[in-house]
Design a protein around this ligand. Structure first.
Ligand code: NAD
Ligand code: MG
Length: 360
């Protein structure tokens, strides 16, 4: 096991990464102030892992209230959030009852937001069970639910007490979800770590075969980069925006096709290729660099051709991005592989990217 620290102005918390961590109550107990916890999961993950964790806690005299929610992004809603509050209140949970999120990013985001709101702030713990949640959503304190008019539109910045990323939990993760998580892993290499990009190129087959050593290294490196960026800019006034590489294009794909048609990571992967192509048209990346981005996405089992939404629809969808400032869409672009920056794109470059060779 390796432990990283995320240090912020008001708090600091450990991120434990390794194997056989689910039964390790010793990692949880220092962060639990009360002899009662709410363990929140969904109908897919709970049957696989909830009992193990529950037993580990009960052995130490902690009473566990399991809350099992329906599975899926469609349930990341106000109504499901209320189910959490109903259960917490019915069981007379107090302000210092710890909420534990056991699941992917949907559960993590929703439980984090529930914790931020419950009695004006209850402690919470992240136990991410997808690769995407381990390398991205469980770290950094962004919590949210969706609104019918927009994804993640209702939320809060609220940090967990500890994050526990157990590679063994990925055994049951479907390959398509694994690939989607790899898109976010590749993102870290592209935006800030060229050596890591090289390592990923060498080790992609091992990652896809769920080699635990390889996964552990990829999660560590990703979390270390995210922790570093978030510690500089917790509330996204500056450098944190770099983590959105590929996301402006990606969100348009997700929304344009209808959420859930492409997984978030798939859309981000194709979006990163469009960002690379835009960077090439701006004279920053070479043709070979763009090819390298395409190849690693293919190695990860991700799509590289974006759907043809039509230029007007693309522009309309991207204008809803949270990074839009004064009506100007700002993109994360690559100065070189391993170095990202935020800038607007000239209209002609945008037109060319959105009607070009990486769009079907
Ligand atoms: P998810 O939570 O929907 O999980 C994907 C699927 O895998 C689900 O069906 C889930 O039940 C299943 N699953 C989870 N763990 C499993 C396991 N170990 N074995 C078998 N099946 C398992 O999706 P996700 O990709 O983990 O997260 C996406 C969500 O995360 C989105 O809502 C997105 O907005 C959010 N997100 C948040 C942040 C952040 O900073 N807070 C960052 C990125 C994404
Ligand atoms: Mg993302």
């Amino acid at each position: 096991m390796i432990t990283l620290d995320l240090t912020l102005p008001d708090t600091r918390y450990p991120i434990h990464i390794g194997q056989q961590l689910l039964g390790r109550a010793d990692l949880l107990l220092p962060h639990i102030k009360h002899k009662k916890v709410a363990l929140i999961s969904n109908t897919t993950v709970a049957p696989l892992y909830l009992a193990n964790l529950r037993q580990a806690l009960e052995t130490h005299g902690i009473s566990v209230i399991p809350i099992v929610l329906p599975d899926g992004e469609d349930f990341k809603t106000w109504e499901t959030l209320n189910q959490i509050f109903d259960a917490l209140l019915q069981h007379r949970c107090e302000r210092n009852t710890t909420l534990i999120a056991l699941g992917g990013g949907v559960i993590g985001d929703m439980v984090g937001f529930a914790a931020a709101c419950y009695q004006r702030g209850a402690p919470f713990i992240q136990i991410p069970t997808t690769l995407l949640a381990q390398v991205d959503s469980s770290v950094g304190g962004k919590t949210a639910i969706n609104h019918p008019l927009g994804k993640n539109m209702i939320g809060a910045f609220y940090q967990p007490k500890v994050v526990i990323a157990d590679m063994d939990l990925l055994d049951s993760l479907p390959q398509r979800e694994l690939s989607a998580g790899l898109a976010e892993v590749i993102k870290y290499g592209l935006l800030g770590n060229i050596e890591f990009l090289g390592w990923l190129e060498q080790n992609m087959a091992a990652l896809r075969a769920k080699d635990k050593q390889a996964l552990s290294y990829a999660v560590q490196t990703s979390c270390a980069m995210k922790a570093d960026i978030v510690s500089q800019d917790e509330k996204e006034h500056g450098v944190r925006a770099l983590l959105n590489l590929g996301h402006t294009f990606g969100h348009a794909i997700e929304a344009g096709l209808g959420f859930g048609t492409w997984l978030h990571g798939e859309a981000v992967g194709a979006g990163m290729l469009l960002a690379a192509e835009a960077s090439r048209l701006q004279g920053q990346l070479s043709e070979a660099d763009v090819q390298r981005v395409k190849t690693i996405l293919e190695q990860a089992g991700l799509p590289t051709i974006s759907p043809d939404l039509g230029v007007d629809t693309w522009l309309e969808l991207m204008s809803h991005d949270k990074k839009v400032s004064n009506g100007e869409i700002r993109f994360v672009l690559l100065q070189s592989l391993g170095q990202a920056h935020v800038a607007p794109l000239p209209q002609n470059v945008l037109q060319q990217v959105l009607s070009g060779r990486f769009i079907e």
